[in-house]
Write a protein that binds this ligand. Structure first.
Ligand SMILES: Cc1cc2nc3c(=O)[nH]c(=O)nc-3n(C[C@H](O)[C@H](O)[C@H](O)COP(=O)(O)O)c2cc1C
Length: 355
């Protein structure tokens, strides 16, 4: 397998194995996509990425991380998203979105606004916010309310409605955000989830909300379209979620219709010792792929074409997702193809710059 080999999941063909990892842009008003999203995401499709995934898109308004996140909680959001999707597809990328709920990390500010600290209601924030339990991310965070079983059912339904609207907008790929300390992860991780009902305690109970979300989404998201799941494969903390849990989860969700595990890590506790370095999360993708027999994506400090090619060629993962490197260089895939001596199509508008 090579970085620039095409592949297929269900009925969707991907032109290569490079994906734009979801990245919050903090540039929406009332959840609406706008010119920023068109230009930002569009540039990366033009730059040759095989898959372009939007930032985390909130399935309910109180599930936004910040007041300026993208949303998909009302039908009115579809039109602007459809404009972005059309452009991505015209330029050969598979258009994906990441359905999300921030849980106790909701109602915080953009990094350049207040460094992710809680936003007051006067400043556009909201209350209440929800989690698996009534304990905030930090003592300074807004303290959440624990979701009731009815609240959980409402959220599973909101994910399904988000998937329905994603389909209407023309997306060909949905990723469920189960990572980085957001709502789904707040149920998965024993560091946060201390519930004593059917949504807490055992592995089976802690994974229940996710299974219900996947089942609800798959009811409306067609069989012919891929469904990915991003997880934090490890909490990097004693007593937390582990890679073994992730492998068990991958085995559990594959028959429910998850096609690929996007293997990130961390985010559930403010202080974890994470061995940051090139490709530091790739071993998670490798183990999940091998031991659960499912497609995986590697993400995290993948920056060099040779590094990305090595990950794919050695079967550590089926795709690579790049975030910050694609902010630095939207045309990274075009350059990577040149470096790796691969012939790929360039946008015809740019062909005179090719050689
Ligand atoms: C500006 C920015 C915004 C991000 N927003 C999201 C997001 O919406 N959803 C998500 O799952 N990860 C998000 N991430 C994490 C990235 O998708 C990625 O997992 C992480 O940055 C590691 O990859 P990298 O080393 O290539 O940047 C964000 C990262 C950055 C830098």
């Amino acid at each position: 397998m090579n970085l620039f080999d095409s592949f297929q999941i269900r009925d969707i063909s991907f032109r290569n194995r490079i994906a734009v990892s979801p990245m919050c842009e903090y540039s929406s008003e009332d959840g609406f996509a706008n010119d920023w999203h068109l230009v930002h995401l569009g540039a990366r499709a033009v730059g040759g990425a095989g898959t372009v995934i939007t930032e985390a898109i909130a399935v309910v308004s109180e599930g936004r991380i910040s007041p300026s996140d993208l949303g998909i909680w009302k039908d009115a959001h579809v039109e602007n998203l459809a404009r972005v999707v059309r452009f991505l597809r015209q330029h050969g990328a598979v258009a994906g979105t990441q359905l999300a709920h921030a849980g106790f990390k909701a109602s915080t500010g953009a990094p350049w606004r207040n460094h992710g600290a809680p936003v007051t209601i006067a400043d556009g924030g909201w209350r209440p916010i929800y989690s698996s339990t009534a304990k905030g991310f930090t003592p300074e965070s807004i303290q959440p309310e624990a979701l009731t079983p009815e609240g959980i059912a409402r959220i599973a339904n909101a994910f399904a409605e988000g998937a329905r609207r994603s389909l209407e907008a023309g997306f060909e790929l949905v990723e469920i955000h189960g990572a980085h300390g957001y709502l789904v992860h707040q149920f998965l991780s024993p560091l946060v989830n201390t519930r004593t009902d059917q949504y807490g305690g055992s592995f089976e109970n802690r994974t229940r909300i996710l299974r219900e979300i996947i089942e609800a989404v798959r009811k409306v998201w067609p069989e012919r379209l891929p469904l990915w799941l991003r997880i934090s494969a490890s909490d990097w903390t004693e007593g937390g979620w582990t890679i073994e849990d992730s492998i068990a989860l991958a085995r559990l969700v594959k028959p429910l219709g998850i096609d690929l595990i996007d293997s990130s890590s961390g985010g559930i506790v403010p202080k974890a010792t994470i061995p940051l370095g090139p490709g530091y999360q790739t071993p998670f993708a490798e183990r999940i792929r091998r031991e659960a027999g499912i497609l995986t994506g590697a993400v995290g400090m993948i920056t060099a074409p040779e590094q990305a090619q090595h990950i794919i060629a050695t079967g550590q993962a089926d795709i690579v997702l790049l975030a910050r490197e694609l902010l630095r260089e939207p045309y990274w895939p075009l350059r990577a193809a040149y470096v790796l001596k691969q012939q790929i199509a360039w946008p015809k508008q740019y062909e005179r710059a090719r050689f």
